[in-house]
Ligand binder design. Sequence first.
Ligand code: HEM
Length: 505
Amino acid sequence: MSPSTMTILLFFVALILSLIAAAFSKPKHKKLPPGPLALPVIGHLHMLGNLPHRSLQHLAKKYGPIMSIRLGNVRAILVSSPKAAKLFLKTHDANFASRPRVQASEHLAYGTMGLVFAEYGPYWRHVRKLCTLELLCPSKAEAFAPLRREEIGLLVLSLKKAGEGGEVVDVTNKIYGLNEDITYRMIFGCAVDDGRFGLKDIVQEATLLTGAFNIADFVPFLGPFDFQGLTKRLKKVSKTIDQLLEKIIDEREQVANTRSWKQGQHEDFVDVLLSLMNQPLNPNDEQVHFLDRTNVKAILLDMITAAFDTSATSIVWSLAELLRHPRIMKNLQEELQSVVGMDRMVEESDLPKLDYLSMVVKESFRLHPVAPLLVPRESIEDITIDGYDIPKKSRIIVNIWSIGRDPNVWSENVEEFFPERFMNINIGLRGHDFQLIPFGSGRRGCPGMQLGLTTVRLVLAQLVHCFNWELPNGLLPQHLDMSEDFGLSLSKVKHLLAKPTYRLI
Ligand code: HEM
């Protein structure tokens, strides 16, 4: 029998078995949230399409803000309104603070040894505290200011040169390159842009694979067939990443052997992690956790992937919207001119005074949230919410892309990029206003928010302040392609191309 005949046969056997099981099983949960009829075996997987956030928005319009679907064997609860999001991420946050085990994290995050996909519990708590203290807290974010200034300065110089030569610049590449250098310097203490490591493409592939709905996660018996080819790609990427991280750690250990860790001079994040290796993370707890080499690799990789393209993706969307809306670009340039002046670049200390910039960034997050479905959560216990029974181990998907376009929350022109909607209303980005939660909320909310927001605001302000931008080949602003590419982060399919002209005196 050929492998394909075997696959079809297996599929039908599974189909018949699941139909029999469904017919004879008693419903375990009295009242699940509403949802469409499911197909045997795959449930609603076929309904997700290439842009799941859009398909799920469409379904939520019919079935409501708390909806239930089945992705293969997995019960998924879709949350699509600010009120519902508050119930799941604030009122009952503790019950939804875990993450599901997925193939991507098994391959890429060394099981659940990192932070992003770690199960809710003492290990996650200790690692999160460690990363916050050593890399992400406001004082650390501030300490990286000179590094950001230096890297952004280099970008401005290269754009100025390109502008003088009348070149069309691939702005997407420039912004990702900048963010990559900033991230590596923060984590590794040095630039990693000399091609020795080549992490950039690998990290982008990892982000894409982590966001994909992998059939193997939902219908495990189909996993070995790898119909989508995702497992093969995951294995390839994870092997390359592991080799690279090993190389980086090896180099560091060699350097460390030539000096004393205890001196604590110029310690960067890798140094800190290596200095903690094989020591108890939590000496006072009942179950003691140690950081070994694998944990260190997993944490490093999580920090790189979490920081790497989130900020860059946001900056590209914001600048693209500004290029599509010359009126808003002009308003922002005028604000920068009056607050900063035309004789110098933007400093981080200017940011709190730039109110219009802050509105532009909020509006961009509303329409283009980097993580449109947040990062999936998993329910820890059975619970009843808003009269619905939510079973233990359900996958919780919060569609913030859809919340950002909810006409009940925002005014009628929900699709329009209109920063002024934030004028005179107090909506922050810190996860307390559930109509706008680009960084998530609650226990698993983004710990890198301060760092990410500073980078997004500063880079965007600098690009708009230092340059006038023109679309190439007479392209009209309204014709700029804004198509989306779905992964763990939602990026712009087409690279943003534009001609810069230096405008400072
Ligand atoms: C514009 C920039 C960024 C955006 C929009 C963003 C967004 C998010 C979102 C939506 C989540 C999931 C939250 C949830 O489940 O409720 C998240 C988690 C996370 N983010 Fe960010 N992020 C950004 C920048 C960063 C940076 C710079 C770092 C630093 C390394 C970072 C580290 C993390 C980590 C470690 C998690 C997982 C936290 C956990 O599971 O406990 N993020 N981020």
